[in-house]
Write a protein that binds this ligand. Structure first.
Ligand SMILES: NC(=O)c1ccc[n+]([C@@H]2O[C@H](COP(=O)([O-])OP(=O)(O)OC[C@H]3O[C@@H](n4cnc5c(N)ncnc54)[C@H](OP(=O)(O)O)[C@@H]3O)[C@@H](O)[C@H]2O)c1
Length: 202
């Protein structure tokens, strides 16, 4: 029997990750869902299984701001065959350097940059030569411009886009043989979610 090929989605407990999980489930893709809130992941799994009872859905409640957890997560997933890795987990932040909470700043860097770069690298190392695999990184309109009251957040999304490749939409970059995509999840005027500015997203 052919091994299941999973789609991993980080930040699947709400927002874009949650909806992405449902969209991949609709395409019968077995899922590995990652976020901190276990209950939300369980609810999502239940909702997906109601519609698609035979679909394999695994949940991994993990705080990705902790570096050891990031490596442990990837190590735990080596027993599964992966097809798609979606780096979606991210937090936003408004404010200035003088007023920003330093702990939040650390979390922003740990999640939006460190965990993102480590997971991308681990995935590419293992799946570079496997046909049909893809890495999808969620960026932001903030990758085009530095918004004065969201400099750090924009800088993290510049990082995501620069790391993933030069072209904004789709790239076949040198370190990923197959496909690697950077997706800007909103355009300048239309936010993906009406409440996105409360989260500090652009
Ligand atoms: N919404 C927008 O308009 C917009 C615009 C541009 C870009 N984006 C980007 O799109 C992505 C998703 O945004 P969203 O609007 O869907 O946000 P959201 O609803 O706040 O979802 C963020 C997800 O990340 C997870 N997460 C947060 N901290 C985490 C941590 N320490 N460890 C593991 N998971 C963590 C959250 O789950 P838990 O809290 O359960 O951990 C949640 O599932 C982000 O990368 C964001 O920068 C969003």
């Amino acid at each position: 029997m052919e091994k299941l090929k999973y789609t991993v989605i980080t930040g699947a407990s709400s927002g874009i990750g949650y909806e992405t999980a449902k969209a991949f489930a609709d395409r019968d893709k077995p899922l590995i869902l990652v976020a901190r809130r276990k209950k939300r992941l369980q609810q999502l799994k239940q909702a997906i299984r109601q519609k698609n009872p035979n679909l394999e859905v695994l949940i991994f409640p993990v705080d990705l701001t902790i570096k050891e957890n990031v490596y442990q997560l990837f190590s735990d997933l080596t027993i599964y065959e992966l097809e798609t890795w979606i780096n979606n987990a991210g937090i936003g932040m408004y404010g200035g350097l003088r007023t920003n909470d330093l702990q939040k700043t650390e979390h922003l860097l740990q999640l939006n940059i460190e965990a993102f770069a480590i997971l991308s690298s681990l995935f590419v190392k293992d799946y570079f030569s496997k046909a049909g695999t893809q890495l999808i990184n969620i960026s932001s309109a903030g990758r085009y411009t530095i918004v004065p009251n969201a400099v750090l957040y924009c800088a993290t999304k510049f990082f995501v886009s620069a790391f993933t490749g030069r072209d904004s939409r789709r790239i076949d970059c040198c370190w990923c043989q197959h496909a690697s995509q950077v997706i800007s999840s909103c355009c300048h005027q239309n936010r993906v979610r009406p409440d996105s500015s409360e989260h500090g997203y652009l």
